[in-house]
Every structure is written in structure tokens, then in C-alpha cells.
Write a protein of this length. Structure first.
Length: 276
């Protein structure tokens, strides 16, 4: 019997490769531009490949003190937001999933409704709050407003609903408290979804531009995306240095994806974000 050629698989593969190539074009242009001499970045007609590859743009960017300050601020901000989101969201989700109290459904509905509120709507009241608390131009002024993520609470609540209650009942018989059950039983069993929440939160916080841009004016308090905007403004047409800064800003996220892509896929599958 002659095997039929898998046309469907072949077409899907071709479409996937085409989409991957299309997605890679902006990154390829950015990388190649950052390796050009500055004089070639504005040549007409534009050329993909430089006449000679040079790292001068990277040397110029990396020798400035601000880039290292911005990088540290971004790592600290994204790391702290990730830790606080995982801890606070998981505690709230466990409360919704495992405790029964008056108004629980209404409060959960209020949390879910928070997913529908655009971040831009909250910018003005949040800024006034940070001014009142004296947190403008401080790391905590950037961090705290990003800690409340209703979507993560709901995702974790849905996952916790699937954890067998028999394990908790057995722990309660043995005299375990709610906190011990949460910390010693539920959290270890939820590592895939916790990893997904942590990775998504870190990426979102790292890329966040609007709120850090509004709440910081001192270059020493800026994160990398905000600092990148000031580089564009001060360097003008020095596109090689701008592109080099973009590549440097994107490298941590690329490394994060390469190292934890298995956890990302497993987390999407466990949280139902794949459309199930």
C-alpha cells in the first residue's frame, strides 16, 4: 500500500516557517543595524548588510553609566513584582478556591471584572496616590501598582480548584493549619502554573513602559524601556546606538524564554490559556 503524502502537515510547516521568518525580520533588521557604522544607518537606498561589521555602537552604549543603572532597575523591579504577584495572587486564589465566606462569589466577580479595566484608566488615580505616599521617583512607586493582577488571581484559582481536596482533608486530620496546607501541599503541586505566572509577569513587567515613564523623571530611577526612550531623544539620528540598546534590552527576555520554554508551554497547558 502506497503511503499518501501528508499535504496538510507540509502546508502547515510551510506556513509556520513563513510566519516565523516574518516575525524574525524586525529583529534581524535591528541586529544588523546595530552592527553597522553610524554613517551607513541613514544611507539611501537602505542596505541590509553593512560594508563592515562593527561593535562600536555596543561599546558606546555599554560605556555609559546610565545603561547599567537602568538594567539593574529593570531586573530589580521585574524580580520584585514577580515575587509579590506569585505570593499575593496565590494566597488570594487559595482563599477563593478553598474557603467559603459570605460574599465570596460577589468578591470573585469583582476581581474578575478587574481584568476588563484598561490599565490606562487607572494611571491618573495611581499617580495621585504615589504623590500622596511620596513614592514618585522611587523603586516602590514603580513596583507596587504593578503587583495587583486580577488575571493571575483567576488563573491560579482555576488551577487550585483542580487540586484534589482529599489531600487537604488528610492534612487537616493530621492537624495541619490552612497556612501549612497552602505552603506545603498546594504550592508544591502548583509548580507548573506558578512558573507560567512568574514568567508571564516578569516579561510583562520588564516590557512595561507607560507606568515607569509616568512615575519616574530621575534617570537614576528609570527602567530600561524608559531609559531607551531618552536615548532616542538625545542621540537623534544615531540609529546604531539606539538599535544596540534595543538588542541589549531584549537579550534577558530571549535568554529567559530559551531557559524556561518548557515551563511556559506546560504552564499554558495547565492554565487553559491555550484556548481549552
Amino acid at each position: 500500500m502506497i503511503a499518501r503524502f501528508p499535504w496538510g502537515t507540509a502546508v502547515l510547516g510551510v506556513v509556520t516557517v513563513a510566519l516565523a521568518a516574518l516575525w524574525s525580520l524586525p529583529f534581524a533588521w535591528t541586529l544588523l543595524t546595530s552592527l553597522k557604522p553610524e554613517s551607513e544607518t541613514t544611507e539611501v537606498p537602505l542596505r541590509w548588510l553593512p560594508s563592515e561589521f562593527t561593535l562600536e555602537a555596543y561599546r558606546s552604549v555599554l560605556t555609559t553609566d546610565d545603561i547599567w543603572i537602568w538594567l539593574f532597575n529593570s531586573v530589580f523591579t521585574a524580580g520584585m513584582v514577580t515575587v509579590l504577584v506569585v505570593l499575593l495572587s496565590s494566597m488570594a486564589a487559595y482563599g477563593f478556591s478553598r474557603t467559603d465566606f459570605r460574599g465570596r462569589k460577589a468578591l470573585l466577580g469583582f476581581v474578575v471584572a478587574g481584568v476588563l479595566v484598561p490599565t490606562e484608566v487607572l494611571i491618573v488615580p495611581l499617580f495621585h496616590e504615589m504623590v500622596f505616599l511620596g513614592m514618585v521617583d522611587t523603586p516602590w512607586g514603580v513596583i507596587l501598582p504593578q503587583v495587583v493582577l486580577p488575571a493571575m488571581v483567576y488563573i491560579l484559582k482555576v488551577f487550585f480548584d483542580g487540586v484534589p481536596r482529599e489531600l487537604e482533608e488528610a492534612a487537616i486530620v493530621d492537624g495541619a493549619s490552612r497556612w501549612r496546607i497552602y505552603w506545603r501541599i498546594v504550592m508544591p503541586l502548583s509548580r507548573p502554573v506558578l512558573a507560567a505566572v512568574a514568567i508571564f509577569t516578569f516579561i510583562t513587567t520588564w516590557n512595561n513602559f507607560l507606568w515607569p515613564f509616568i512615575v519616574t523623571a530621575d534617570p537614576g530611577s528609570m527602567t530600561l524601556p524608559v531609559g531607551l526612550a531618552t536615548v532616542q531623544g538625545s542621540y537623534g539620528v544615531r540609529y546604531a546606538e539606539v538599535m544596540a540598546t534595543v538588542v541589549i534590552a531584549g537579550l534577558p527576555l530571549l535568554l529567559l524564554f530559551v531557559l524556561f520554554q518548557r515551563h511556559i508551554v506546560r504552564g499554558v497547558a495547565h492554565t487553559g490559556l491555550a484556548g481549552r
